[in-house]
Design a protein around this ligand. Structure first.
Ligand code: SAH
Ligand code: SF4
Ligand code: F3S
Length: 450
């Protein structure tokens, strides 16, 4: 077996795990290829957070099963869905050969050793100590600082799929960071379901592990240009994090603080463990330490029992905070979660209609927020060519997708100063600014031909 391909669904933790498994496959002598078409091994790194990603996996596995009848092909399932009974049923139905849960990904080598069906669902301690090789030729990288989640939000499947929280030792994190730095990485995103509770696993402080605020300062003084992190949980958010962010220049002024709902009644039913009043206190602390902070959130609309009034409170909260970015989802009742068992689901039309109204509001805010950057010089990490190869694409310190036309001498990935010329709710567009503060406009193709 020689060629392998991984299809990744879900969040950045899955992206990190895909990179980790790819490095294992390469160590086994396999070639990673860009498409499943000519691969001998296709792995699906799955997500189970909502029904949609699960449906996608079913569709793709159906196609792969047909493909297996035509040629020699090994199909594997990894990621969150693999950990669930639901996923294992799907795997049996579609004749999946290899199934490894999120805690068992290092078993991939064992799985491929012999030609038998291999399933592994254990959470293995060795995974926390494993340092994957740095990505090649990449300016940005993810770095997992913890795995699992100790919360029990009633809608959420993640604690079941990823197990209880385990913080990684800071020595390992710093070692992994050194390797990233040596490989030329300039922006690192620290990953965890609740980075703010780093160092406190199952309610107990882990000996030898600093607080998240201290870790931010350590990572920020390593020489890396940009540090980001995701996700923060409002319950564990403490002001020392906002202070550490403000006092550590490498740490970007970007906070992703999922609120989920603007209604205390709904938050209680979700078991989110904070009130809107508390949440707004955290937002105020963040704004006090970083007046130019870019704020992002996650919102679930149409949760079981959400009334029009509850939803209106979410809309009002959006205006009160003035989010720059938001990830918005219609509630998806997931088998195995407490809300699936105990609460009724509401009609899909209601959820979709509310979601639409919220998205309209988000667009208005994003339009306004992004327009404020027009005329300003901002730092952009350009990671490579956009779909239109005359442009480079990347993002600001506040995670705004940004597009810049190439000009002579400014056509390679890197961190640059860009003067924003216009913006939309989704993206910003601008031009390079040279060391003298001069804007570098591209020579139009037509003018060049004249
Ligand atoms: N640990 C992170 C979130 C991880 S899941 C946190 O607590 O902030 C990412 C997002 O998916 C959540 O913030 C939530 O908005 C959404 N989500 C989770 N379960 C969901 C469900 N059953 N239906 C719809 N959205 C869901
Ligand atoms: Fe899910 Fe809640 Fe844990 Fe986030 S904090 S992963 S939403 S259970
Ligand atoms: Fe991520 Fe989806 Fe798992 S959001 S943690 S891959 S369920």
């Amino acid at each position: 077996m020689a060629r392998a391909h991984i299809i990744t669904y879900g969040c950045q933790m899955n992206e990190y795990d895909t990179h980790l498994v790819e490095s294992q496959l390469v160590a086994l002598g396999m070639d990673m290829v860009d498409s499943p078409d000519h691969a001998d091994l296709v792995l699906l790194n799955t997500c189970a957070v909502r029904g949609k990603p699960v449906d996608k996996v079913r569709t793709v596995l159906g196609l792969l099963r047909k493909e297996k009848q035509k040629r020699n092909l090994v199909v594997g399932m990894m990621g969150c869905l693999a950990q669930l009974e639901e996923g294992q049923q799907i795997a049996r139905k579609f004749e999946v050969d290899v199934l490894i849960g999120p805690g068992a990904i290092l078993d991939i080598s064992k799985a491929l050793e012999n030609n038998q069906r291999f399933w592994s669902l254990q959470f293995k301690d060795e995974l926390h100590d494993f340092i994957p090789p740095a990505p090649v030729d990449k300016l940005q990288a993810h770095l997992t600082i913890m795995r699992g989640c100790d919360h029990h939000c009633t809608y959420c499947i993640v604690p079941t799929t990823r197990g209880p929280q385990v913080s990684r030792h800071p020595d390992l994190i710093m070692k992994e960071l050194d390797m990233l730095l040596a490989a030329g990485v300039q922006e690192v995103t620290l990953l965890g379901q609740n980075v703010n509770s780093y160092g406190i696993d199952q309610g107990k402080r882990v000996p030898g592990v600093p607080s998240f605020a201290e870790l931010l300062r350590m990572v920020g003084s390593s020489g890396i240009r940009r540090v980001k992190f995701t996700t923060s949980h409002p319950m564990n958010f403490t002001e020392d994090v906002a202070q550490a962010m403000a006092e550590t220049p490498a740490v970007c002024n970007y906070v992703h603080l999922p609120v989920q709902s603007g209604s205390n009644r709904v938050l209680r039913r979700m078991a989110r463990e904070y009130t809107i009043e508390k949440y707004l206190e955290h937002i105020a602390a963040v704004k006090k330490w970083m007046p130019d902070v870019v704020l992002a959130t996650d919102i679930i609309v149409g949760f079981s029992g959400e009334t029009e009034e509850d939803f209106q409170q979410t809309m009002d909260l959006f205006d009160e905070v003035g989010y720059d970015q938001a990830y918005m989802f219609a509630y998806s009742a997931r088998p195995g979660t407490p809300s699936y068992k105990h609460f009724d689901d509401m009609p899909r039309e209601v959820k979709i209609e509310r979601l639409k109204r919220l998205i309209d509001k988000q667009k208005e805010w994003a339009l306004k927020k992004n327009a404020a950057f027009v005329g300003q010089d901002v730092e952009v990490l350009l990671r490579g060519d956009a779909t239109d190869p005359s442009l480079l694409e990347g993002h600001t310190r506040g995670n705004h997708p940004t597009f810049v036309p190439k000009v002579p001498g400014y056509d390679k990935p890197g961190i640059y100063t860009v003067r924003i010329s216009h913006s939309t709710p989704h993206s910003m567009f601008g031009n390079f600014v040279d060391a003298q503060g001069q804007v570098l406009l591209p020579v139009k193709a037509s003018a060049a031909n004249a």
